[in-house]
Design a protein around this ligand. Structure first.
Ligand SMILES: C[S@@+](CC[C@H](N)C(=O)[O-])C[C@H]1O[C@@H](n2cnc3c(N)ncnc32)[C@H](O)[C@@H]1O
Length: 310
């Protein structure tokens, strides 16, 4: 049945480099996603607001198929595309155990090449990493859109999420772990006030992706950012907000923030409020954190640095 319905499920999938570079999320990590209450509730609320009985829904990168299950429980027929064979086997069993086999079909395929055999109403895709680093959300959705438009022409289905907003912020981060100083990347819950982190600037938005529109695959910042507080600038914090569904009539939206990512800079500097600090970085969506860090430069003119030290 699957083979008749979906062209892309016909060939065995060779392992690719991506599977070792951030896309190949092992089964035990999916527990973290399932127990992330904010993530789960936001997706469930958005799916319940947008999916209605009889709709056709596609999930790209379905993992345990939990998001597919939300759509199925709204009365949709769902096809869940997953590349990792371990997840395919596991989610087939989970869908069966949850008595959703009549509504959800798991397809073992690469979402970058998969094309449904008929137009769909909604596409769900959660390959969202902070900064859209590591995971290939943009590559997968861009490829899907191209394949879909070639097969059916416009209109595109509605996407969940509808948009992602990327921001960056200067912070002072405590890297003292019981007397051991270790300035390394830190993930933290998405809350402005986090123990050990002191905000020096407001978040600056450097990327805005609306999934149904053409979107950039590269992001860069090369500008001066104003400090708002005095502090030792020793790290940049990346914040990513994902908008799942917008209700224009009600003026409301459902959103979810990725974990924040705090990345140390090489040359910490003491700053005062209203300093203008040059921040420069560039990366491609899906790049490793190391690529981001290698591209990063933050420096004050020497004259300013000397006077600060004095
Ligand atoms: C962050 S997990 C999300 C899983 C699930 N959607 C959820 O919300 O719990 C991303 C999933 O996408 C899968 N994936 C990544 N790249 C893929 C691709 N090109 N084709 C199909 N699945 C892919 C991964 O194996 C992983 O299971």
């Amino acid at each position: 049945m699957r083979l008749q319905l979906y062209r892309g499920d016909q060939e065995p999938l060779p392992p690719t480099n991506d599977q070792f570079l951030g896309q190949f999320i092992p089964l035990h990590y999916h527990y973290q996603m399932l127990q992330d209450v904010d993530r789960m509730r936001a997706f469930k609320t958005a799916i319940e607001a947008l999916v209605s009985p009889g709709m056709s829904v596609l999930e790209l990168g379905s993992g345990t198929s939990v998001l597919s299950s939300f759509a199925a429980r709204c009365g949709a027929k769902v096809h869940s595309i997953e590349r990792n064979p371990e997840l395919v086997a596991c989610s087939r069993k989970l869908i069966q155990d949850n008595r959703l086999s009549d509504s959800v079909t798991i397809v073992h395929d690469d979402a970058e090449r998969f094309v449904p055999n008929k137009p769909v109403d909604i596409v769900i895709c959660e390959m969202l990493h902070v900064g859209l680093l590591r995971e290939k959300q943009l590559q997968v959705i861009a490829a899907f859109k191209e394949n879909y438009l070639n097969a059916f022409g416009p209109p595109l289905p509605r996407f969940i999420p509808e948009a992602s907003l990327l921001t960056v912020q200067m912070v002072q981060q405590c890297y003292d772990f019981e007397g051991y100083i270790a300035p390394i990347p830190i993930f933290q819950p998405p809350a402005a006030e986090t123990t050990g982190t002191y905000e020096i600037s407001s978040p600056y938005r450097y990327g805005e992706i609306i999934y149904s529109d053409p979107f950039p695959m590269q992001f860069s910042v090369d500008r001066k950012i104003r400090t708002e507080r005095t502090g030792m600038f020793n790290a940049l914090r990346l914040l990513t907000q994902n908008i799942f569904s917008i209700d224009e009539h009600m003026g409301t939206f459902v959103s979810w923030a990725n974990q924040f990512l705090v990345l140390p800079i090489i040359q910490p500097m003491q700053l005062s409020a209203n300093d203008m600090v040059p921040i420069k970085f560039a990366y491609r969506s899906g790049d490793e954190l190391s690529t981001f860090c290698e591209s990063l430069s933050t420096s004050l003119p020497l004259s300013q640095r000397t006077s600060k030290a004095a």
